[in-house]
Every structure is written in C-alpha cells, then in structure tokens.
Design a protein around this ligand. Structure first.
Ligand SMILES: Cc1ncc(COP(=O)(O)O)c(C=O)c1O
Length: 391
C-alpha cells in the first residue's frame, strides 16, 4: 500500500478541529459577525502584535489585501517604481499595479530563489519608492542587505511573509520585523488558515494609520461618518478572525513539526548533495514547501520521477517567472496601459532558469512522519541516470 501524503486541502493535512468549531460557534452565537463592532479581529491583531513584538498589527481580508495596504503605506506616486521578485505569487505584484505604480523585477539568488540584493541595488533609481521582498517557500531572504539598501536610498522595505510564518532571520527575529511593514496570509494553503485572511505588522505609527484607514474605506470611526483618505473594504470578518486565533495557537507546533521532518530529509539527502543536487539551508526556514535545486537542469525529470512514486512534487513552482507573465503589454485599466505604456520587464536569467529547469518543490506538511521522509529520500536517491551521472 502506498503511503498517503497529507495535503493542506484535506482535514488530514490541516490542524482544523474542535477549537475552530468552538470559535465559530462563539462568534455566531454572539450575533456580531463584523469586525468593526466585534472583538475577535482586534484580539487577533493584539495576539499577532505580541507574537511578533511589533507595535501594530492590522487584520484584513487576504494576503493580497495586506500587500495592498503595505503599498498604500509606502505611498508611491503614480508611475513610481517598486522593486520586487519575479518568483512569487501574483498577490505580491497586483497591489503595485492597483496603486498605479510600476513593478520592477530584480533577479534572484539561484541557491534559494530569494531576491539577490546585488540585483536590487542595480535597479534602484530616482523613481524607486519601495522594495517588496518575499521570503520564498519560508526561507529567510537576505533581509539585512536589503534593509541597508532601503535605508541608504530612503525606500520602504516590505516583507511578504505569506509563506514564511515564524521564519527566523539571523539573530532570531521573525521575518516580517526587519522591514518597515511585514505581511502575512491566512489563505487555505498557508501554515495556518481561516480560508482567506491577511495581516500587516509594523512599528511605525503613521504607516499603521494609513493601512488601518485604507482597510475600512478611509473611515476613521472615531471621527464620525467622515472620510479623510481613499480606501476599500478590506476588513476581516469576525468568523475569519476567530478561526485564525484558534489556528494561531497551533502555529508553533505546525512550524516545529515541519522543521523536524525537513531536518530529517536534509540529513538523509546530505550524502547525495553535490554539483547536481543542492539542498536548502535549514537556518530559520519555516518549510512552507521543501525546495531542491538541480543546477544541471533536470528538475522536471526528477519531479516526474517523484510524482510517479506518489510524492507531491513539481518543477518550477510557476509556469513562468512574473517578469515573463503574459499580462505585460496588455491594458491595465480599460483600454489604458498607464503607467506601463513602455513597459518591458528586464530579463531575470537566474529566475528564468530556476522556473524552467532547476527548481523542484515538494509539498510539505506538519503531518508528515519519518516514513514520508524515507519515501522521498528513497525516490530522490533512485532518480534517473541523467541526474545522478552529473554528481
Ligand atoms: C508569497 C505570496 N504572496 C502573496 C500571496 C497572496 O496571499 P493571498 O492568497 O492570501 O491573497 C501568496 C499566497 O497566496 C503568496 O504565497
């Protein structure tokens, strides 16, 4: 019998249980499902702020909404540039377009797919307003170098931690606390979930004020029915917040379990490491996914080999890196291409190579056991000849 690999779309691959059911019942019986008048979203914000040691946490409807809030906080003028990574979910980039700013894609470090600070530095120009860094798959990006760049050039540094709950930076701080704003996602496929949901964290009172206002239609509730700035309705519901709070209590266990089995896999794969197979660095990693890099370009072959063994593995993560997405060159709003009239994202050769041929990802889960690890390790060890002959 083949061993089932639990995934985040089924009960066996989640930590949803009686606590979440009780949380939902509590909210429903209270009669108040909206967070403007309820207590759950505010309590969630308090708990997140405490966990991350940040002055402010702002709950919202999705990770994409959280990133939109962070761009609003950075306050680009229309046409200003925001430097980001081509290997990420489109939720990182969509908010840049929503604020009429221009995404500038910097190439990545081929060892982990995270932004290469050297590539970022080369793209900083007079219109650069912010850097949006993603801690890809849960691996800490080179945030110290990016923060220094941001400070040197007066830029806002935004950390997208959608995949990086409790990712640790050198020195032990959590990812999300080294930039000006950090963002989190509670979408179905994340470490913890309430279906959809997001949060921003910041120590900056003014950035927090802008984000909170934008979350609620620019409405300062303390000031009466009056709107001092534009905004949308990005509010989290009490139902989402109550489930998120129950999930948050389980987060340390989720990450610890993922770290334990990922460390086991690294240990058993260590003898196979060489020029043809690069293992991820475990330091601080939160293991949203488990990535492998095959510099010889045979990630698609290994992915097919692992899939045939029943292991949830895929090559590339994306169909194409976002600098190559089909939408560039098409109208942004209606028939208008503004502010992308002459837009042609520069090549990102490392990102393009990773997505097309060298990056392999294995779905990871807190319910994996040493048996799952062994099956993966055996399958990698028995990989096709073309891969192993390159060692
Ligand atoms: C890196 C990254 N950024 C942003 C998002 C967008 O988050 P959401 O789906 O909650 O809008 C996701 C995932 O969905 C993500 O993985």
């Amino acid at each position: 019998m083949t061993l089932h690999f639990p995934n985040m779309a089924e009960p066996a691959g989640r930590t949803l249980g009686d606590e979440e059911v009780a949380a939902l019942e509590r909210v429903i019986r209270s009669g108040m499902l909206n967070s403007v008048w309820g207590t759950e979203a505010r309590a969630l914000e308090h708990e997140i702020a405490e966990l991350y040691g940040s002055r402010h946490a702002i709950a919202c409807s999705s990770g994409t909404a959280a990133l939109h809030l962070s761009v609003v906080a950075a306050a680009p003028d229309p046409g200003d540039e925001i430097i980001t990574t081509p290997i990420t979910d489109f939720g990182t980039v969509a908010p840049i377009l929503a604020q009429n700013a221009v995404p500038v894609f910097a190439d990545v470090d081929p060892s982990d797919g995270n932004l290469d600070p050297g590539a970022v530095a080369a793209l900083i120009g007079p219109r650069t307003r912010a850097i949006m860094v993603v801690h890809l798959f849960g691996a800490p990006a080179r945030i110290g170098e990016l923060r220094r760049l941001a400070d040197l050039h007066g830029l806002t540094l935004i950390e997208d931690c959608a995949q990086a709950w409790l990712t640790e930076l050198p020195g032990g701080r959590f990812a999300g606390t080294a930039g000006h704003v950090g963002t989190l996602s509670l979408q179905q496929w994340k470490h913890i979930t309430c279906g959809d949901g997001g949060l921003t964290i910041t120590d900056d009172d003014e950035l927090a004020r802008r984000m909170r206002l934008f979350t609620d239609k620019g409405w300062d509730r303390a000031a009466g029915r009056s709107h001092e700035s534009p905004g949308l309705n990005y509010r989290m519901t009490e139902l989402q917040a109550a489930v998120a709070r129950a999930q948050l209590a389980k987060l340390p266990g989720v990450v610890a379990s993922r770290r334990r089995t990922a460390a086991e896999l690294i240990e058993v794969l260590r003898p196979l490491e060489g020029p043809a197979l690069r293992l991820p660095r475990a330091d601080g990693h939160a293991w949203w996914l488990f990535p492998l890099v095959l510099p010889g370009g045979d990630a698609p072959e290994l992915a097919a080999h692992l899939s045939a063994a029943g292991i949830p593995a895929r090559a590339g993560y994306l169909k194409e890196p976002l600098n190559r997405a089909p939408l560039w060159g098409r109208p942004v709003y209606g028939s208008s291409r503004y502010p992308l009239e002459h837009y042609d994202p520069a090549p990102c050769p490392e990102a393009e190579r990773m997505v097309s041929s060298t990056l392999l990802i294995i779905d990871w889960n807190e319910h994996y056991t040493s048996e799952h690890v062994k099956i993966i390790a055996d399958a990698v060890a028995s990989r096709p000849e073309r891969a192993s002959s390159r060692d």
